[in-house]
Design a protein around this ligand. Structure first.
Ligand SMILES: N[C@@H](CCC(=O)N[C@@H](CS)C(=O)NCC(=O)O)C(=O)O
Length: 206
């Protein structure tokens, strides 16, 4: 049985939980309580050398990095969340890169400020707002042009999963006003967030 070490409220843990639930992979979540600093314990650093969440132990196979874990989980499940076509798969990777490089750093500034109450400077908020809006506008335009339900087309993929934990928390901040300006982005988030797998895990937060 796959053991996941993380916290149900942590964004990176949630990417892995979403992948596990979507693929129907049996798993056991062991709480590493980030609120109590347990992610910095020697026991957890042995699993994740950067002292971060999450990590997995799949019958002795140990790894970390949430996006890499999502790919591993999906491959084991027979590629339910990965397009078979090379070009579609390349697009999935493109959107995961946009999430990692462009979307998430900006969204996290809003999340630190508005959810975790670590006040950010007005300059940081302004810069994050511009970067977030640029990414949201690109996603909105892509969806409008394709007319398809998900980032890579008709198939729900790891690319859609990668954004979900950040959008969920960002909608609890001033970032929601940016999202609201983009109807295709908003409709896509409606489709992603209404998936039973997401509904199951989103309620188990902090
Ligand atoms: N690139 C890593 C990032 C992991 C990460 O930043 N985890 C956060 C929780 S979502 C964490 O443990 N933060 C505490 C810290 O960095 O000390 C991944 O995707 O797994």
């Amino acid at each position: 049985m796959m053991k996941l070490f993380g916290h149900p409220g942590s964004t990176c843990t949630r990417k892995v939980l979403f992948s596990l639930e979507e693929t129907g992979t049996p798993y056991e979540l062991t709480l590493v309580d980030i609120m109590k600093g347990e992610h910095k314990s020697p026991e957890h650093i042995a699993r994740q050398p950067f002292g971060q969440l999450p990590a997995i132990d799949d019958d002795g196979f140990k790894m970390y990095e949430s996006r890499a874990m999502a790919r591993y989980i999906d491959e084991k499940a027979g590629f339910k969340l990965t397009p078979k076509d090379a070009q579609q798969r390349a697009k999935m990777e493109q959107w995961v890169s946009v999430e990692t490089s462009d979307f998430t750093p900006a969204a996290m500034t809003f999340i630190y400020d508005g959810v975790f109450k670590r006040a950010q400077t007005p300059e940081a908020m302004k810069s994050a707002g511009e970067k977030l809006e640029a990414a949201v506008a690109v996603i909105d335009k892509t969806l409008a042009e394709s007319g398809k339900p998900f980032l890579v087309g008709d198939q729900f993929t790891i690319a859609d999963i990668a954004y979900a934990p950040y959008i969920e928390y960002a909608t609890m901040t001033a970032a929601k006003d940016i999202f609201a300006k983009y109807p295709q982005f908003t409709a896509w988030w409606g489709r992603v967030s209404s998936r039973p797998a997401w509904q199951k895990i989103r309620t188990k937060g902090f």
